[in-house]
Design a protein around this ligand. Structure first.
Ligand SMILES: Cc1ncc(C[n+]2csc(CCOP(=O)(O)OP(=O)(O)O)c2C)c(N)n1
Ligand SMILES: [Mg+2]
Length: 327
């Protein structure tokens, strides 16, 4: 598949950095230092596998809130993430106005998104149409949770992309729950990818804990999109190993035994095993990466803690085009 050892190590590094950054945010929350965190733990292989199949920085991304690993893969830094959870100056998505994890990163062609789930998929189809009209070769990746594929917006976005053969990849990160609602209360089909055929485009369902499987499905979809054949739906099956957010107590709707069972398919140890068994990395290299991640994240936390909050005057910019003076 053209994945050199070097690329696989880079993929693993991105997954690891995302995991340790994410865990650090939980600790900050429990220490009362940040107000909110929403986690991507368990979904890193899906996100990194998808990102690496793109021309990062040139293709477009319309993501959803769990995509920390995807965002790090396209160049968001742990410091920028920490600035956003702390609401500090320099936070790149909204100047510290929006909730954390509502991504936007202009330099990496990541659209900003709003809180109503599934709206990001409409933005992706609109962008896909613009790309087609301009005749350029870039593709759009948009991501969504499986529960949100119940929303009308998702059907409209996929239908539009199918009709006009738009260069869009709709990746559904199926983590089995939409807050407390399990998949079988959201859809009558076994896979979100099954919904694609009714709208006239291919759907692929892959093991979202297997980074190579996701990369491979994405390669097919990217090739299809770039060559003008149109959009694809990919379902990446994983499991949300944490509560929905720092405001959720998942003991109310799922057993501890269930969560423990799914920890056996945690993508971080699965990828470590892949790297070790194929002799792509030694245990010493993996240990060194752990240390490097730790150092980088602690530095990010220290720098974000020391960073100032935005000044009150900045609240008006760039919300209004011109200076507003109140009588
Ligand atoms: C239109 C809309 N309805 C409800 C919500 C509240 N909400 C936020 S996340 C979420 C669950 C989405 O579940 P899923 O799509 O499976 O994504 P996951 O969080 O599991 O990754 C809900 C209901 C919202 N943000 N927008
Ligand atoms: Mg879900």
């Amino acid at each position: 598949m053209g994945l050199s050892n070097e690329i696989l190590l880079d993929m693993y590094w991105t997954m690891l950095l995302a995991r340790r950054t994410d865990e650090r945010a939980w600790v900050l929350h429990r220490q009362g230092k940040i107000a909110f965190h929403i986690s991507g733990i368990g979904q890193e292989a899906a996100q990194v596998g998808a990102a690496f199949a793109l021309q990062r920085g040139q293709d477009w991304i319309s993501p959803y809130y769990r995509d920390l690993a995807l965002m790090l893969a396209v160049g968001l830094t742990p410091l920028e993430f920490m600035l956003s959870v702390m609401g500090k100056k320099g936070e790149p998505s909204s100047g510290a106005r929006q909730m954390p994890s509502h991504w936007g990163l202009r330099r990496a062609n990541v659209l900003s998104h709003s809180a109503p789930v599934a709206t990001q998929t409409l933005h992706a189809s609109g962008l896909g149409l613009a790309i087609k009209l301009k005749g350029d070769k870039h593709v759009v990746l948009t991501t969504i949770g499986e529960g949100s594929t119940s929303q009308g917006e998702w059907y409209e976005a996929v239908n539009w992309a199918a009709i006009h053969k738009l260069p869009v990849i709709f990746m559904v990160e199926n983590n089995s729950y939409a807050i407390s609602v399990p998949q079988d209360k959201q859809m009558a089909v076994p896979s979100a990818a099954d919904k694609a055929c009714g709208l006239g485009l291919p759907g692929i369902s892959v093991d979202g804990t297997d980074i190579v499987a996701v990369y491979s499905a994405m390669q097919i979809a990217v090739e299809r999109a770039r060559s003008g054949e149109g959009a694809t739906v990919i379902e990446a099956r994983a499991y949300r190993l944490t509560p929905h957010s720092s405001d959720d107590d998942d003991r109310a709707y799922r057993s501890r035994e269930e969560v423990e069972t799914y920890k056996k398919s945690d993508p971080i140890p699965l990828t470590q095993r892949l790297l070790l068994s194929k002799k792509i990395a030694t245990q010493a290299q993996l240990d060194e990466m752990e240390k490097r991640a730790q150092t980088e994240i602690e530095q990010a936390v220290a720098d974000a803690t020391a960073a100032p909050y935005p000044s009150p005057e900045e609240a008006l910019h760039p919300v209004y085009a011109e200076e507003v003076t109140h009588a």
